[in-house]
Design a binder for this molecule. Structure first.
Ligand code: PEP
Ligand code: MG
Length: 610
């Protein structure tokens, strides 16, 4: 019996359990000859061979664009980014230079220009450009395969149903993932909001991202178990582990089917307390899934994703169409459009380049919009115009630090309203305006902010980051990202109380909203609505329907008296285990995992394999 399993911990990016064989994507495995081209005529022929390969790569990308599933059309422009890269000077002109000047064959010339581009990219002080290196590599690889007569992409090679393991899956590859061939996805980098994660969630493929050294620790053909909820990967599992996870997988599938059937019932506790359960979306294509999963409204539309991954800033008309379509799809339910939250880790090509040492504390989000009012106005005009028909749109400002900033933003909204009135363009005159509570300073002045807005929405992802002083994307301090830190809980409670005192509703739209462990305490605090990733909706609604608000209130009071996150966590785990044993079991399989010797030792990564 195999008893040498290994465990890697990553970030659970798309829930579910997969058990199957690994297929490690190796981007550096294309074999090709390296030689010098002799004679001027041969050099020109080699240049032509390179140019033709680029033309072929362009037309291949064009064909892929036509086969992109309709739900991913929004991502099709990612293929255009690759097409643009193919003609970029650093790849195209440089390769031709290497052929002409150094008389290198086309593949070697391309390899050299790629190495040069990689060096230039990584030395640039521009996170956006650095983040594009995956696209440059993928574009160059396509040409390299054509030149070397190995046109199959590593994804095409996949015949069996496998768990795809890669350093990174380029956005263009991600939209080609075939559900029939993909049991699961593991990447070494990325976060919950990277494109791979978003696409894996839409396809219901379990995924784990940020699994360090996965491509070195895992070999093609090895059996893997991945748990897309907890982010756990087991390499070469024991028979006991396979048996255990098969059972969990079945249990999970049956449970998801069962709660899915009840997703449309309202979220009312057994003692008659109702809250609104809503969806967070990044793109329009998610609306169908959100509705199917029982979303009662869109509590957060992260509009910046529409602005990212494109060469130019979108114009007012395309924004208007996007917001109008969303409003129509959801009417009469409410749609909360958050204004641009660009900056920090969310970057775009046309975005004003800022040389910031610490972008998370920099000119991001509402600060950026106030700094570039012309950009802000384009988005506000589009939102206001889209609000005219169904009158179900609300506007929400992210990362507001205090009243002055809020008043500045409101002044710009009023200016845009006046412009529209003058131009006789209709909009919803009573459009509601809200702020996200994501900064400790906003919590401190929540009473003052509450008198100026129609609603609050607590963004716990950022609120935790800024309260505890840790970068939410930094794996070295991830252990400090504690949603149950007493300071965070007090901030949430304080915000709810301040909002209610002023008579406005208080929502919560950070990842905490979709995590059952936190549900009793959030209900107990009196949150009016929870907005979460669409996959979590049926589960959270089901748990609300099985809760008693009076128990939640008692629990919340008790938790607020404890002094550490660990104690609060223990209290909540005990409560959840007792009140909802099946849910705890199916969604937290790792907590029930078969006991054995410590298995989390990592294999020593090998070096120099590239
Ligand atoms: C948050 O910060 O909690 C939030 C919902 O916004 P985002 O994750 O987009 O920053
Ligand atoms: Mg935020």
């Amino acid at each position: 019996m195999n008893n040498s399993s290994l465990v890697i911990d990553g970030i659970g990016a798309s829930p579910g359990i997969s058990i199957g064989k690994a297929h490690v994507l190796d981007r550096h495995r294309i074999a090709f000859p390296k030689y010098n081209v002799l004679g001027d005529e041969a050099v020109e022929l080699e240049c032509r061979r390179f140019e033709e390969a680029v033309v072929k790569a362009e037309s291949d990308l064009e064909s892929i664009k036509k086969t992109v599933r309709s739900e991913f059309m929004e991502h099709a422009h990612l293929l255009e980014v690759q097409q643009m890269i193919l003609r970029d000077r650093s790849i195209y002109d440089e390769s031709l230079n290497f052929i002409r000047r150094d008389r290198l064959n086309a593949q070697l010339a391309l390899l050299k220009s790629l190495a040069k581009a990689r060096q230039v990219f990584s030395s640039l002080n521009d996170d956006y450009v650095r983040s594009r290196i995956a696209d440059v590599e993928a574009a160059a690889e396509r040409v390299m395969r054509i030149l070397s007569g190995q046109e199959q992409s590593p994804l095409d090679e996949i015949r069996d149903r496998v768990i795809v393991v890669a350093h990174e899956i380029s956005p263009a590859d991600a939209i080609q993932l075939e559900v029939e061939h993909t049991l699961g996805v593991i990447t070494e980098i990325g976060g919950r909001t990277s494109h791979t994660s978003i696409i894996a969630r839409s396809l219901n493929i379990p995924a784990v991202v940020a699994a360090e050294n996965a491509t070195r620790l895992i070999t093609t053909g090895e059996i893997l178990i991945i748990d897309g909820t907890t982010g756990k990967i087991i390499i070469n599992p024991t028979e006991d582990e396979i048996g255990f996870y098969y059972e969990r997988q079945l249990e999970l599938e049956n449970y998801i089917k069962e709660i899915g059937r009840k997703a449309h019932l309202s979220a009312q506790t057994r003692d008659g307390y109702t809250i609104s359960v809503e969806a967070n979306i990044e793109m329009l294509e998610e609306v169908g899934g959100a509705r199917e999963n029982g979303a009662e409204a869109i509590g957060l539309y992260r509009t910046e994703f529409f602005f990212m991954n494109r060469a130019d800033m979108p114009d007012e008309e395309s924004l208007f169409r996007d917001y109008r379509d969303l409003s129509e799809l959801m009417a009469p339910s409410v749609v909360t459009i958050r204004t641009l939250d660009l900056g920090a880790e969310k970057l775009s090509a046309w975005y004003p380049k800022l040389d910031e040492v610490n972008p998370v504390l920099g000119l991001r989000s509402i600060r950026l919009c106030l700094h570039y009012p012309e950009l802000f106005k384009v988005q506000l005009r589009a939102i206001l115009r889209a609000s005219a028909a169904a009158k179900n749109i609300r506007v929400m400002f992210p990362l507001v630090s205090g009243v002055a900033e809020l008043l500045d933003a409101k002044r710009i909204v009023n200016g845009v309203k006046e412009d529209l009135e003058r131009e006789r363009i209709p909009f919803d005159e009573n459009i509601q305006i809200g702020v996200m509570i994501e900064l400790p300073s906003a919590v401190a002045v929540a009473d003052l902010l509450a008198t100026e807005v129609d609603f609050f929405s607590i963004g716990t992802n950022d609120l935790i980051q800024y309260s505890i002083g840790i970068d939410r994307t930094n794996e070295h301090v991830a252990y400090l990202f504690e949603p149950l830190h007493p300071a965070v809980l007090r901030f949430i409670k304080h915000t709810v109380d301040a909002g209610h005192k002023a008579g406005i509703s208080v929502a919560l739209c950070g990842e905490m909203a979709g995590e059952p462990l936190y549900l009793p305490i959030l209900l107990g605090f009196g949150i009016d609505s929870l907005s979460m990733n669409p996959q979590s909706l049926p589960r959270v609604k089901n748990l609300i329907r099985r809760s008693l608000i009076k128990d939640c209130r008692r629990l919340a009071k008790k938790a607020l008296r404890l002094s550490t996150a660990r104690e609060i966590n223990e209290l909540l785990e005990k409560t959840i285990k007792k009140s909802f044993p099946e849910e705890f079991r199916v969604f937290n399989p790792s907590a029930f995992a078969v006991k054995g010797p410590a298995r989390s030792a990592h294999r020593i990564p090998q070096t120099g394999t590239e």
